[in-house]
Design a protein around this ligand. Structure first.
Ligand code: NI
Length: 136
């Protein structure tokens, strides 16, 4: 009997979308306003879901306070109020799209959470732009 539990978290951060292998014109054409050289910010909301069997003693699938502490230490303290392109090692050579941010968060948390739990990330870059990893 598997149950999904979810913790909602938030950070805000600046980024710029561009491909260094392209000309300024092509970056403008593809990324538009998101290519602004002086960066722009988003309020990112994300959902971390763990799927597993409830523990017979506690009734918990996972202690959400413990999950909250892990997210704070390994994700929020790294990304919140940062410039993703300039301030974090993760996006030095990786375009900080919502897709890649979700993937990076998944990789960070996957190292912290036992493999008996399935892990999913759902990231809202805006109220209307949402990505999920893994897709299934
Ligand atoms: Ni943006």
């Amino acid at each position: 009997m598997k149950i999904a539990v979810t913790r909602k978290e938030h950070f805000n951060a600046a980024h710029r979308l561009f491909n260094p292998d392209w000309t300024d014109e092509k970056n403008d054409a593809v990324f538009g306003k998101c290519n602004n050289p002086n960066f722009h910010g988003h309020n990112y909301d994300f959902f971390v879901t763990l799927i597993g069997e409830p523990d017979p003693d506690t009734g918990y699938v996972y202690d959400l306070k413990k999950l909250s502490d892990i997210i704070k230490e390994h994700v929020l303290d790294v990304f919140d109020h940062k410039n993703l392109n300039l301030d974090t090692p993760h996006f030095k050579n990786l375009n900080p799209t919502a897709e890649n941010i979700a993937l990076v968060i998944w990789r960070i948390l996957r190292q912290q959470i036992d493999n008996q739990y399935e892990l999913k990330i759902k990231l809202y870059e805006t109220e209307r732009n949402i990505v999920e990893y893994p897709a299934h």
